[in-house]
Ligand binder design. Structure first.
Ligand code: BV8
Ligand code: ZN
Length: 257
């Protein structure tokens, strides 16, 4: 794959690599920007999904209760689009970094499963998965991206199946959120990649890490409400920044060994 050429702030890059070389506990927190270079659309960018669609009509339990067909139409299209997307080099680098640190957790708001597909095994998925459908009434889950039809019903109890994601006004999966809060509170370095840092409680994890004394690295082409807490800011795409960081970091830590 062609190397993406973008202007890198060499000082910021070095500073980020320095922090990572000394870190023992690292959290990598990812949002939609992490998957943008895999072809998965973001939400709040000018070309993002919320520029064309209204979340209140598609991504809330009330919307689903009002019109499950409309909601499923949208999720069916997203599932079909996701079936054509693949993890990129940045996802693979994060899978490798699991072996570089004593503690390394990926916390993601993404519902695309690309971290798992790239080989990451420690992934806390805060907003569920697009490739899962679950029954609104019983524990039945159906995994996979195949077309489930216009508005699928549970094969066990005939109630609606719903997309296995977390909608606005819904609580996050308790186990994943608790593990994420613990990891954020205990890490030395918290790297935030490709998130606008506006959706809570996910955005609060960066604040938790910062308040607990972690060094925050932000990788995002544009500033966010959390940029002020970042010790290092890389204004680059996720793939380019992670590739540069991986090179610098590998060279230095191999040299130390
Ligand atoms: C809860 C999942 C409580 C499904 C999503 C006022 C009214 C109503 C609610 C609230 C309110 N104030 C606060 C709330 C709570 C609400 C919230 O935070 N709202 C905000 C927006 C105001 N939160 C909730 O409702 C949460 N639940 O609070 O429950 C509760 C209490 C008791 C009992 C019950 C409940 C649930 C939130 C879950 C929302 N789920 N969707 C689906 O995908 O369909 S939201 C959506 O936003 C996405 O799922 C995504 O996960 C999430 C975060 O977005 P990002 O990942 O950050 O993406 P975004 O597009 O915003 O940004 C992309 C970034 O990438 C940009 O900054 C861009 O510059 C950058 N980028 C672009 N390209 C690249 C790049 N970076 C790097 N490289 C690139 N190439
Ligand atoms: Zn059921």
């Amino acid at each position: 794959m062609a190397r993406q050429h973008s202007i890198m702030d060499v000082d910021q890059l070095r500073a980020a690599a320095e922090l990572l070389i000394r870190a023992r506990r690292v959290v990598l927190s990812t949002g939609a920007g992490m998957s943008a270079e895999s072809g998965v659309p973001t939400f709040r960018d000018a070309s993002g999904m919320w520029a064309r669609f209204n979340p209140e009509e598609l991504a809330t339990p009330m919307a689903f209760a009002r019109d499950p067909h409309k909601v499923w139409d949208w999720y069916r299209a997203r599932r079909a689009a996701l079936a054509k997307c693949n993890p990129h080099d940045g996802h693979r680098i994060l899978a490798n970094w699991e072996r570089r640190f004593p503690e390394f957790d990926v916390i993601t708001q993404n519902v695309d499963g690309l971290h798992h597909r790239a080989g990451s095994t420690r992934v806390l998925e805060l907003h569920g998965r697009l490739d899962v459908a679950r029954c609104v009434a019983c524990p039945r889950q159906i995994a996979g991206l195949e077309d489930l039809g216009p508005a699928p019903k549970c094969p066990d109890c005939d109630h609606w199946l719903r997309p296995g994601v977390v909608w606005f006004h819904e609580s996050l999966p308790a186990e994943a959120l608790e593990a994420a809060e613990l990891a954020a509170a205990q890490c030395d370095v918290y790297v935030s990649v490709g998130t606008s840092s506006v959706v809570y409680p996910a955005a609060g994890l960066l604040e938790t890490a910062y308040a607990a004394g972690a060094s925050v690295i932000e990788i995002n082409p544009t500033p966010t409400p959390c940029s002020g807490m970042a010790k290092v800011r890389l204004r680059n795409s996720a793939r380019a920044a992670l590739m540069e960081l991986d090179q610098l970091f590998s060279r230095t830590s191999d040299g130390d060994a």
